[in-house]
Design a protein around this ligand. Structure first.
Ligand code: KG4
Ligand code: ZN
Length: 332
């Protein structure tokens, strides 16, 4: 079995997965949403302190599996420096105590493996990574052979959902709340712009759309629930249309056979249906993670680690460092 630790942002998560069957035998996650809610976003120092309490507690709960472990996997890039450190320290301590190797995992690659939990892998694939930190399209042949085709120039899609929610005083994390509000609103009430319309490049940007929403909110005399719902619906229409437009360009150019949507925002049903339609039109197979695995979790980290374990790509405590910024760029 492999024990994995994820602490790249505000979720403390530990999982144990059986190597040969890929079965999840243990998974626990402690989210810090409540604690960050009053600040309207993640406060790194607070997140680190909460990991320092939560991780040892969850690891202790997985103690019965220690004797069966072959390796410790841990998210070491990208993420918040101070929170990554917590997970990596715990992983190194376990590696020393149990005398087993480490497998450092790239968080975004982990998200791609969220579509393979308790399943075999399916490569080559292309993936839209839509999370709180990233908006990217990636072509992947294996864990180690992934290349970024397009990324964001400023905010990520998840961040923009969170910021719109904050401006409307709806709470954190904003994504699920904005999606719910949008269901009650009129998506044509406000004509927000679709970002990056003028270029055929596969490149994402959310700061302009966010600004348009901000200006509209400032104009409103009173923010009734009805107005809030209309703003959420009108924002979501254009936020997702931006992805649709760029995915269309990507599909024309690369004609993927397998297309995954991963990351926290991939829980969004509106996004799933719109991108799902593009896959259908192009005869591509749509890969999605179970809803319980779309947000950050250690199971996807363990699943990715199985791949590296089987190739004997094992590390020692000296080999593993953290990197807060680490986009998927090219072959490594
Ligand atoms: O992947 P994730 O859990 O953490 C990062 O690696 O960033 O993604 C978190 C992001 C947050 O911005 C959250 O608001 C967003 O995913 N999110 C959603 C939904 N559920 C979570 N955004 C839109 N619609 C949702 N249903
Ligand atoms: Zn994530």
């Amino acid at each position: 079995m492999i024990l994995a630790i994820e602490s790249s942002c505000d979720d403390s998560s530990v999982a144990v997965v059986e190597i040969s069957t890929k079965k999840v035998v243990f998974h626990k996650k402690i989210s810090q949403e409540k604690q960050h809610n009053e600040f309207g976003g993640v406060v790194p120092e607070l997140a680190a302190r909460l990991h320092a309490t939560a991780l040892p507690k969850i690891i202790e709960e997985a103690k019965t599996y220690f004797k069966d472990l072959k390796a410790i996997a841990v998210t070491n890039e990208p993420g918040l420096t101070v929170t990554l450190v917590e997970g990596v320290m715990a992983a190194k301590a376990l590696s020393v105590a149990l005398k087993i190797p480490l497998i450092p995992i790239h968080h975004l690659k982990g998200h791609i493996y969220s579509t393979f939990i308790e399943k075999d892998t399916l490569f080559p694939l292309s993936a839209l990574i839509a999370s709180g930190g990233h908006t990217q399209i990636v072509n992947a042949n294996s864990y180690e052979d992934m290349i970024e085709i397009g990324g964001t120039t400023d905010d990520s899609i998840g961040e923009s959902y969170d910021k719109v929610a904050k401006m409307l005083d709806l709470g954190y994390p904003g994504g699920p709340i904005v999606e719910e509000m949008a269901k009650k609103g009129n998506e044509k009430a406000y004509n927000f712009p679709v970002p990056m319309q003028k270029t055929k490049d596969i490149v994402f940007s959310y700061s302009g759309l966010k600004n348009s929403v901000r200006l509209e909110i400032e104009k409103a005399e009173e923010l009734t629930d009805e107005i809030k719902a209309d703003i959420c619906a009108s924002f979501q229409l254009k936020a997702v249309r931006h992805l649709e437009k760029k995915c269309e360009i990507f599909f024309e150019k690369y004609r993927p056979k397998n297309f995954a949507i991963v990351g926290g925002v991939s829980a969004n049903q509106y996004l799933r249906s719109k991108i799902g339609k593009i896959c259908e039109n192009h005869g591509a197979n749509l890969l999605l993670a179970d809803l319980k695995y779309t947000s950050d979790n250690a199971v996807m980290i363990a699943r990715a680690a199985i791949e590296l374990y089987e190739q004997n790509k094992l590390k020692t405590i000296e080999d593993v460092d953290i990197k807060s910024r680490s986009p998927i760029k090219g072959k490594n």
